[in-house]
Design a protein around this ligand. Sequence first.
Ligand code: FPP
Length: 240
Amino acid sequence: MNDVLKKDKLPRHIAMIMDGNGRWAEKHGKIRVKGHEAGVRTVDQMVSLCAEIGIEVLTLYAFSSENWQRPAKEVSALMRLLRHYLKREGERLLKEGIRLKAIGRLERLEAGVRQELEEACRKTAGGTNMTLNLAISYGGRDEICDAVQALCRKVQAGELECKAIDDKLLTAHLDTAGLPDPDIMVRTGGEYRISNFLLWQLAYTEFYFSDTLWPDFSKEELLKIISDFQQRERRFGRVL
Ligand code: FPP
């Protein structure tokens, strides 16, 4: 299936905005939650494909800081799905050497989800095949504000000089510290925006917008995107 990919030009980090669950449900005459449930199956497929072909980091936008404003019923259904996913997949991630990481304001999560998340992250911490990075209760602007506050505290404590704050230091204070920036950002569901996702980290990322609704997004489509990415010339602002 992945014979067409050039092994020496694989993206290290793929980031995905999983959009279109609600519309998928509507299209099939189901309630929105059924769309999210169907979306979890696509999550499973993307995790196995990325691990199989040797992607280092897969970041999935599972719940944004703005998603808290959805109806309480939908929020609790999403939290339930996350909790079940972590409970169900923890073992599989461990077996496959996939390290689970989470970014976002996790302190806002209810205790049950948080415990399951911490447990899965702790259990899989030694995984070296791939990092599955879940953005939960995540907003790019929040993340940058939190990093700036952490730097300010260091300046106030006399541990850091303002003029020492540069790109590298701010990067090291983000939730994604230690991860490479995404090479590819895919958004499904036909919308052309980034919705507060990884605002700092996407500076030189290649963007792909797919009209496919997330539950219908397939391994084949991701392979096509990766193959297209391998043809792109990335200059990072320089002249080649
Ligand atoms: C956007 O679709 C999707 C979400 C807000 C949630 C994504 C969550 C999952 C796929 C399931 C849980 C995740 C994991 C990792 C287990 P939308 O509801 O905005 O769709 P719409 O634009 O068609 O309404």
